[in-house]
Ligand binder design. Structure first.
Ligand code: CMP
Length: 140
C-alpha cells in the first residue's frame, strides 16, 4: 500500500507545556514521518475557517478562543494508512475515554485542550494540508 498523508496540529495546551518534542517522538515511534512542520499562531479567522464544520456546536466560540490562545505546530505526517494510524495514536477526543498510551490519554488536559488534532478522512486530510502548506513545503 502506498504511503498517504494526514494533517496534524499540536495544540496550544501542548506547546505551552513544551510537549512538542515528546509528541513528535510518539508520532515517529509509531512509524509516521513528519514531512512538513511549522509553528505559528492561528488568527481568529483562520481558526474559524479551519473549524467551520463545528460552527453550530455550543463549544465553537471557546474552541476558537483556545486554538488562538498560543502557538500551534502544524505538521504533515506520512506513512501507511496515515489518517487512521494517527487517529489511533491520538486516542479519543475526550482524554477520559482515550485508550492508555495514546497521546490524548498521556498529555491532554480536557476534551477541548486535547493536545492534538488529526484529520478524520483522506479527503479532509488533503484539504487541511493545503490549508497550511504549499506542495513545495512538504518534503517526503
Ligand atoms: P479536534 O479533533 O481538533 O476537533 C474539534 C475540536 O473541538 C476537538 O478536537 C476538541 O478540541 C474540541 N471539542 C470537541 N468536542 C468538544 C466538546 N464537547 N467540548 C469542548 N470542546 C470540544
Amino acid at each position: 500500500m502506498a504511503p498517504s498523508r494526514t494533517l496534524s496540529i499540536i495544540k496550544p495546551d501542548a506547546t505551552r507545556r513544551n510537549l512538542t518534542g515528546a509528541i513528535n517522538a510518539v508520532l515517529e515511534e509509531s512509524g509516521l514521518r513528519i514531512v512538513a512542520q511549522k509553528r505559528l499562531r492561528l488568527t481568529r479567522e483562520q481558526a474559524e475557517v479551519f473549524y467551520a464544520v463545528h460552527r453550530a456546536r455550543p463549544f465553537f466560540k471557546d474552541l476558537v478562543a483556545f486554538m488562538t490562545s498560543g502557538p500551534v505546530v502544524v505538521q504533515v505526517l506520512e506513512g501507511e494508512d496515515a489518517v487512521e494510524r494517527n487517529r489511533a495514536i491520538m486516542g479519543a477526543t475526550d482524554p477520559a475515554k482515550a485508550a492508555p498510551e495514546t497521546i490524548r490519554a498521556r498529555f491532554a488536559e480536557s476534551i477541548e485542550a486535547n493536545s492534538v488534532h488529526g484529520s478524520d478522512s483522506p479527503e479532509n486530510a488533503a484539504s487541511e494540508i493545503s490549508f497550511f502548506f504549499t506542495p513545495a513545503e512538504i518534503v517526503g
